[in-house]
Write a new protein. Sequence first.
Length: 435
Amino acid sequence: MSSFSSSLEQRFQLSQNNTNIRTEILAGITTFATMSYVLATIPNMLEKAGLMRGAVLTALILAIVVCSVVMALYTNRPFCLAPGMSSVAILSSIDSIGMPVETAFGLIFIEGVIFVIISFAGLRNIIATAIPASIKIALSGGIGLYIALIGLKSGGIVVSSEKNTLIFGDLSTAKALMFGIGFLLVLIFEAKKIKGSMILSIIIVTLIGIPLGVTKLPTSLLNPPSGIGPVSFRIDVLSALKPQYFPWLLTFFVPDFFGTMGIILGVANQAGWLDENGDMPGIEKCFKVDSLSTVLGSFFCMPVMTTYLESASGVEDGGRTGLTAITSSILFALMILFTPLALMVPGVATGPVLTIIGFQMLSSMRSVDYSDKTECLPAFIAVAMTILTYNIANGMALSIVSYLIMKLAAGKSKDIPAPMYAVGVCMLFYLYTLI
């Protein structure tokens, strides 16, 4: 065994984790393939918030690499991090809600600080029980439909009418054709369980768009990456502290905290790491890295950095240590040399992927207790009002208030966690500001 191999063996404890260098590298390539769609989707979505695509792409790659490498070295787990799609969806529509981009990243900074305090103080279990499961599940489902709607709009499949209602767009356009092809490709690739199905669909649709005049070819394949100056330190924490933004703070925090917990435990179960209590040894280390990543990312216009579910694909291929995440990070780092290729991807090419991701997020709704109306009706309100008002905070506020009212009316006050009352008061204040 070479000295380099010995160093990797010692650093990542490969034998102890029943793996080897070859398996870890292949698993890292798989994780990269399944995650690489973020290089196209996230810059396109954040451009709607007024951010420069080139600067966003450079910051995105750097954030993925730095945070994933830290996760790998500190925890020795095969987890990669990137901006959560729910927070990206919120930021892509902040113009419609009148929120300055600096305030939005101030909220992300505050959310990250709260997450850091929880992680380092060991308060995970206390916070985990503070918000009812049905509300957490419903928020995920509502954001999922929100993301799906963004995807459908990118291809002109769904448009706003003069009466401000959603209707079918012109399905004869080149964009609509490209969206339809991309959507079918993702469905077929997913059914056949093809690795990297989403990025493969994006590539094919992008190529189809060249003769149709939708995809604009770059002048060169290799260009120096764009600077991150335009997306650096655009943060206003003081404005984010205004009471009317509290619901938005929750919309960032809930998916981040509970999503991270669910993803880590889900992947850990897949890898066989859970103990007899259903917990993963060393999970607090993962939370520390995840929370600090969110704080760091907020300074560079990165939406909530979180552990990605796509890490499960690498685990499925045998990845068991941080070497898997290191391999994925190296591949992401190499992509910084090919930014013109990523920037040529039109929004319609990523639309089908966003739509599928959004629909997949609805799968969490199967866990709602539909036999209990005090659980399922607030969950329905969260999903329905998020998509009907095109506002995630509205859905959350109305669902929490409905939950409290129904539980109290049904004589089930013991089901209400004590912190929920304070949250309910804040939600009522938010709803009052809308009058």
